[in-house]
Design a protein around this ligand. Structure first.
Ligand SMILES: NC(=O)c1ccc[n+]([C@@H]2O[C@H](COP(=O)([O-])OP(=O)(O)OC[C@H]3O[C@@H](n4cnc5c(N)ncnc54)[C@H](OP(=O)(O)O)[C@@H]3O)[C@@H](O)[C@H]2O)c1
Length: 329
């Protein structure tokens, strides 16, 4: 028997999530039965998409999400004690699995935490969203919002690797400086203090080919105005709208721009890029080892701080991938 803590949602958040929407619950986990493994999670991920799921959560529902952990006891021939596995059973310290939901990860290719960020779901989202949905061609001008985040920072760097122009927006001057100086963006601006349309005109005087949409609202409106004919807008997320209640965050007023410019807006979910995963892992591990791809992480310590980490996504308290460390390796 193993004692474990896990996070439950006590109530569906109304507007911005608050601490009282969450509860830490102590549970006892049985020893693994035949065919099962016991996994100790080491890092768990908090992601903006989880806010969407919370709209439909049942009372006191156990939260789910990405995590990487270690097999600490095994009764399954496919897994040995000490194997590292990524899984969808985050928000808890320990869990039992029959192995079907586990993928082994190789800590010699990248640090464990990177499998929840640049080498994991957010990295694949950026890769597929830009190259498959966005159909980026070498040398094109790409604007990405939430550019210093887990997805956005990868989008901008892939755009640079492909010989393009990268323009990014973020919510603080420090993040903007980092985009330009560390991640190599050609132009970056603080969307809280600058006019996005003016900034796009400055960063790409001839227009943008792609707007990688992470935010929604005023930035989408500016992108629609400044996008070139036949431009593409892969719609990855719209975080500015996720906490909307009865009052809705205003959307773009100029969708008409899409007509005569033949602009292609296309939503996607990362699961659409499974067929790209092998190529993605190969490309990304190469870019990481050559130093062409950089990343940041904000790591909170302990499961009790998971709700705070999640809430911080909506105030921009993360710099890069937001994670919670649940245990020492
Ligand atoms: N379609 C998919 O399959 C898929 C997969 C993964 C992620 N996504 C989406 O991709 C986007 C980025 O996700 P991520 O995991 O990389 O998160 P992230 O960018 O690492 O973190 C969220 C960031 O969003 C910014 N933000 C929060 N509220 C905002 C607002 N009202 N207006 C503008 N910016 C705001 C904050 O940065 P600032 O300090 O810059 O404000 C915050 O750091 C999200 O929309 C997410 O839902 C979609």
């Amino acid at each position: 028997m193993t004692q474990s803590s896990e996070v439950h949602l006590t109530s569906r958040p109304q507007g911005n999530p608050v601490a009282t929407d969450f509860e830490i619950v102590e549970v006892n986990i049985e020893d693994p039965a035949e065919g099962q493994v016991l996994v100790k999670n080491i890092y768990m991920s908090v992601d903006p998409y989880m806010r969407g799921r919370m709209r439909f959560a049942k009372p006191n529902e156990l939260l789910m999400g990405g995590a990487v952990g270690k097999v600490v006891a095994s009764n399954n021939a496919n897994f040995a004690e000490g194997d590292y596995v990524s899984n969808g059973s985050g928000w808890r310290e320990y869990f039992l699995s029959d192995g079907a939901d586990l993928s082994k990860v190789d800590p010699s290719l990248a640090p464990l935490s990177a499998y929840l960020g640049v080498m994991g779901m957010p990295g694949l989202t950026a890769y597929g969203g830009l190259l498959v949905t966005g159909e980026m061609k070498d040398g094109e001008a790409v604007f990405v919002s939430a550019a210093s985040g887990a997805v956005g920072s990868v989008v901008g760097q892939i755009a640079k690797i492909k010989g393009g122009i990268a323009i990014g927006s973020a919510g603080s001057d420090d993040k903007v400086t980092q985009l330009a100086e560390e991640f190599g963006f050609d132009h970056a601006f603080n969307y809280k203090t600058a006019d996005p349309l003016e900034e796009l005109r400055r960063g790409a005087p001839n227009g943008i080919d792609i707007y990688f949409e992470n935010v929604g609202g005023a930035q989408l409106e500016a992108a629609l105005t400044h996008i070139k004919p036949y431009g593409r807008i892969p719609i990855c997320g719209m975080i500015a709208h996720y906490n909307d209640g009865d009052t809705l965050t205003p959307g773009p007023r100029n969708l008409m721009e899409t007509i005569y410019k033949f602009v292609h807006l296309k939503g996607f979910v990362v699961s659409a890029f499974e067929d790209q995963r092998e190529q993605f892992v190969q490309d990304m591990s190469g870019w990481l080892s050559s130093g062409q791809m950089k990343y940041h992480e904000t790591i909170h310590e302990g499961i009790e701080n998971a709700p705070g980490a999640f809430m911080g996504l909506f105030t921009g308290s993360n710099n890069g991938k937001m994670l919670v460390r649940l245990a020492e390796d």
